[in-house]
Design a protein around this ligand. Sequence first.
Ligand SMILES: Nc1ncnc2c1ncn2[C@@H]1O[C@H](COP(=O)(O)OP(=O)(O)OP(=O)(O)O)[C@@H](O)[C@H]1O
Length: 378
Amino acid sequence: MAAFSEAEAPSPDIYIPEEWSEAAETIAYDSVTSPPPVALVCGAKNSGKTTFSRHLLNILLQRYQKVAYLDTDVGQTEFTPPGFLSLTVIDQLTPDLTIPCLKTPERCYFFGDISSKRDPTAYLNYIFALYDYYRREYCMLKGSKKPVKTEFPLVVNTPGWVKGIGYDILVDVLKYIAPTHVVKINISAEGKNLPAGAFWLDEDHKESVNLIEISSARQDSFRRSVLVQKDARLLRDLRIMAYFRQCFPSNLNITTIKELAHALTSHPPYEIPISSIKIKHLHCQVPSTEILYSLNATIVGLAVSSEDSENLSPCIGLGIVRGIDTFKRLLYVLTPVPQSTLEKVDLLLQGFVQIPTCLLQVQGCVSPYMSTNVLPTS
Ligand SMILES: Nc1ncnc2c1ncn2[C@@H]1O[C@H](COP(=O)(O)OP(=O)(O)OP(=O)(O)O)[C@@H](O)[C@H]1O
C-alpha cells in the first residue's frame, strides 16, 4: 500500500568521505571566523549539495546552539512544502541524513513554482529579503542600535541549475550574501560543473573568500561520479502530503496515501470570507470574472500582506481551496495552520504548486475538491 511518509522512500546509506568531513570541520571550527560562518553550498544537479548541507548543519550544531538554514531550492525544499523560500532556525541534529522533515520556518515566502526560471527577479528579491532578515536578527551589525542576543551561523543550500540563467542567478546570490565560505561540489563530468575558482568574484577580490572544492561522494573504480537520480516529482508530492497530514493529530492512524486522501475529503474546512482577503496570482494574469474559478481545487499560499517598500508578503503556510460558496461569499480552505495564526492571513497567493493527483482520486468520491466548471454552493 502506498505510504506518503518520506521516511518510507528508499534511500541509499549515506557515506561521508574524508574531504566532506574536513570541509565541514573547517567551516565550523575556523578559529578566525568570528562572527559565525555563513556557508553557501553549490554545484551541479544531484552532486550532493543537500546531503552535504545536512551534514554541515550537524557539525555546526556541535559548536553552536542553533544554526540558521536558508533554503533557496524551490523545487526540492528542505523543511517546507515545494515552492517556498525559507529561513529556518535549527537546534537539533538530523539523525538520518537521507530524510528531510517539515519544520516551521522563522520566515518564508511563497514563490509558487518549482523553478526560479519563471520570475528570477522575484526569486532573488525573496532570497535577499531572507538574508537581510538573518542579518538583522542573528548578526551583530556594525553601528546597529539593536542588540542581538545570540549570533548563529548560516547554511545556504542552492539549486542544481548552474548553467545559463541559473548560473547568473547563483552569481547574484553569491554577490549579495558574500559568504565567508563557499563549498563547491564537483562531479566527474566536468562540463556540468561550475567554473573553477571563485567564479563570481572579480580578479581583485578572489583572495578574500574561503572556497572549498570537494567531489561528489560516490565514485566508481574509474573515479567517475555515481549520481543517484531522484524522482523529484514524487518527492514533491510526498512533501505536500506530509504537510497536509498535519491537519490531523499525529496519533490518528493515517499512514497511507489512501487514508490521507479520505481523511482530507471529510475534514471540516475553515470558512474564509472572500471580502476579508486579497487574491494574487503569482505567475499569470487571470481575468477578474475567472478569479474564483481559478482558485477552486487549488493549493494557495496563505500570506500576510506587507506594507514594506519591497511589498514582499511573508507566507505562513499552504491551504487547499476545498470549495467556494459564491452566495455566502465564502472560501472553504483546508490547512494545518492553527486558527489563531490563520486570522492574520489577508492574502491568498496562487502559483503552480498543484494538489498531488493521488489526493484527487479517492474511491467513493467523485473528484473531491472539484466540480466541473461549477462553484459548489452548499
Ligand atoms: N554522501 C552521499 N552518500 C550517499 N548518497 C548520497 C550522498 N550524497 C548524495 N547522495 C544521494 O544522491 C542523491 C542526490 O543528493 P542530494 O539531494 O544531496 O543532491 P543535490 O545536489 O542537493 O541535488 P539537487 O541538485 O537536485 O538539489 C540523493 O538521493 C542522495 O541520497
